[in-house]
Design a protein around this ligand. Structure first.
Ligand code: ZN
Ligand code: ZN
Length: 362
């Protein structure tokens, strides 16, 4: 008859947190590698296997020592400490999650995650900045940039093998693509399968490396890329060009190219959203009587009718003369803000005329 609560030195109403802590403390104290008693260690583990599992604990609480009669015979694979001393040399199908949980509780991170799946890295991403003018956001523009980056080797097409030679089984992992890594911790020795560093998980390596790239599958060189910047792009917007980053090693996927677009300030147009604002000065007489004027727009000069009696500060709208919308049809508008110039230096004749106006109540 085993009292698992007694073994872990906890009360029957201990929380799962307390159970974990008790197990952790005792596992350290009784670990055989640290001169502890293996029998005792095995017992502690057994207790934890039951009490640390909600369902098993409930069964145990209900049926008492029932488990002792048939101690998880069918589930032996789940009990890591059941076979003498090779406690932590578990096979591939051993579930380390219980230990990860404990480690996470105590250290905030698990030192041995479950088998690392994909360690194969694609090429690096590249980030560049491009400056464009406001006019270029109106039309869209193609910019050529030159980047020094890893590109796929033209001789071996990226696989790192000298043309005409073959691949052979990787000697490091014997073709498995994975190698075991052994970790020593105070709880014992853990093994973990990692992607083989020699073949990057392929299981095969070239018989003879490519003479141009020395087997890397890529070479560093200056390469031009053309970046298509669409009309309507906004300042600081980013464009992703998939696969234009650095080539990965041995034919692995390329990274991406990210282009950050900076739209330079314009000497007289101001952009707000997709609308363009423009200040235009008119004379008092033009504002009063109305006039037809030429104003600059992003599409060139256009004629604009100033209505008679236009007040200072009036916004005149030129529909569809703004920046094209990036993700939908149509364009923003252009707003012309009318400033009325007050004359400062007048000739004698002008002064006379203004005086006459004044007398007329204007
Ligand atoms: Zn090559
Ligand atoms: Zn290998």
């Amino acid at each position: 008859m085993k009292d698992y609560y007694k073994i872990l030195g906890i009360s029957k109403d201990a929380s799962s947190e307390e159970i974990k802590k008790a197990f952790f403390r005792l596992a350290q104290r009784y670990h055989p590698d640290k001169g502890g008693n293996p029998e005792k260690f095995k017992e502690i583990n057994e207790a934890y296997q039951i009490l640390g599992d909600k369902e098993k604990r409930a069964q145990y609480d209900r049926f008492g020592t029932v488990f002792e009669e048939a101690p998880f015979g069918a589930r032996r694979g789940e009990t890591p400490f059941s076979e003498g001393f090779d406690f932590f040399s578990f096979g591939k199908d051993f579930d380390t999650s219980v230990f990860e949980e404990i480690f996470e509780d105590f250290f905030g991170a698990a030192p041995f995650a479950r088998e690392r799946t994909s360690k194969r890295k694609r090429g690096r991403d590249i980030f560049v900045d491009i400056k464009i003018s406001l006019e270029e956001t109106f039309t869209g523009v193609k910019k050529e940039i030159s980047l020094e980056k890893f590109t796929t080797c033209s001789r071996c097409k990226g696989n790192g093998t000298e043309p005409g030679t073959r691949l052979k089984t990787c000697p490091s992992c014997r073709g498995a693509g994975k190698v075991k890594e052994i970790h020593q911790t105070f709880l014992g020795t853990f093994t973990r399968a990692n992607v083989c560093p020699q073949c990057q998980g392929f299981g095969r390596i070239p018989e003879k490396n490519c003479s141009k790239c020395h087997g890397e599958g890529r070479i560093k060189e200056e390469k031009k890329s053309v970046v298509s910047i669409p009309a309507g792009i906004s300042d600081k917007e980013r464009i992703l060009i998939a696969g234009e980053g650095e080539a990965g090693e041995k034919g692995q996927n390329s990274g991406n190219l990210y282009v950050r677009v900076y739209v330079m300030e314009h000497p007289y147009f101001v952009r707000r959203g997709d609308d363009i604002y423009f200040n235009f000065d008119v004379n008092f007489s033009q504002a009063t009587l109305g006039d037809k004027i030429d104003i600059p727009t992003l599409a060139g000069k256009v004629g604009l009718q100033i209505p008679s009696g236009t007040q200072a500060g009036k916004l005149l709208r030129l529909k569809g003369m703004g920046i094209p919308h990036l993700n939908r049809r149509g364009k923003g508008d252009m707003y012309v803000k009318i400033n009325v110039r007050t004359p400062q230096k007048l000739t004698k004749k002008q002064k006379e005329l203004i005086k006459r106006l004044k007398e007329e109540g204007i």
